[in-house]
Design a protein around this ligand. Structure first.
Ligand code: NAG
Ligand code: NAG
Length: 203
């Protein structure tokens, strides 16, 4: 009798042990992968929000890869849109700088181009810092930060616009270079205006 009891006890402990193991591995599996259902929810959230943005298609295309991070958070959506614009600005400066070298821009035009791109980059970087800070702020300070964020976003957009307009009129710069500046700056303006739209929704 005693032997039987200790046998069932060990058997029960063993079963418990196996159950625990199974639960732990299930927990690990669910935390490392987003379920298809959650993934659909996150993508729908992005789609719905992007419909209200100025450039919806670009919005969906650039934000979808970040769906697992954004989930259904308006603040994270906004922060990601800004981060994408920062990346876009880096891309523009790389593309345009290379092109300017290759197509032999005059030193003066080269310098002008460099200046206007770094203005845009600086504005967006400050914007990114502002949004990142907001994820940890509470209370009155938040309103002031949102107002700052709007100012920086509008500033970055008008910097990009004046850069684009300025070069569109430079007849001495080759048509190729002007066209490329126009199209890459144009895309950046779209990314920024999407970000500004989300800032507007939050504030
Ligand atoms: C920036 O360039 C990289 C590499 O070419 C590209 O994968 C990415 O989509 C670009 N991002 C934006 C926002 O233009
Ligand atoms: C400049 O880009 C915009 C779109 O961003 C386009 O509508 C316009 O036609 C372009 N202008 C030139 C001269 O290429």
């Amino acid at each position: 009798m005693e032997k039987y009891n200790s046998y069932t006890k060990i058997s029960n402990i063993f079963t418990l042990f196996l159950t625990l193991l199974a639960l732990i591995s299930l927990a690990q599996a669910t935390s490392s992968a987003v379920s298809p259902k959650a993934s659909r929810t996150y993508k729908n959230f992005i789609k719905t929000k992007c419909k209200t943005a100025t450039h919806s298609k670009l919005c969906i295309k650039t934000l979808n890869p970040y769906a697992p991070f954004i989930q259904t958070s308006d603040l994270k959506l906004c922060a990601t849109a800004v981060t994408v614009a920062v990346e876009g600005a880096k891309n523009v400066s790389t593309i345009v700088t290379k092109l300017a070298k290759k197509k032999g821009l005059s030193p003066r035009d080269g310098a002008a181009l460099h200046d206007c791109i770094s203005d845009v980059r600086d504005s967006i970087s400050v914007l990114k810092q502002t949004i990142t800070a907001m994820q940890h702020l509470k209370g009155d300070a938040v309103d002031a930060k949102w107002a700052d964020a709007k100012t920086w976003a509008s500033g970055a957009i008008s910097d990009a616009e004046s850069c684009r307009d300025g070069f569109a009129e430079k007849k001495e710069v080759s048509k190729d270079v002007r066209k490329k500046i126009n199209s890459s700056m144009g895309k950046l303006e779209q990314l920024m205006s999407n970000a500004l739209c989300f800032i507007g929704h939050l504030y």
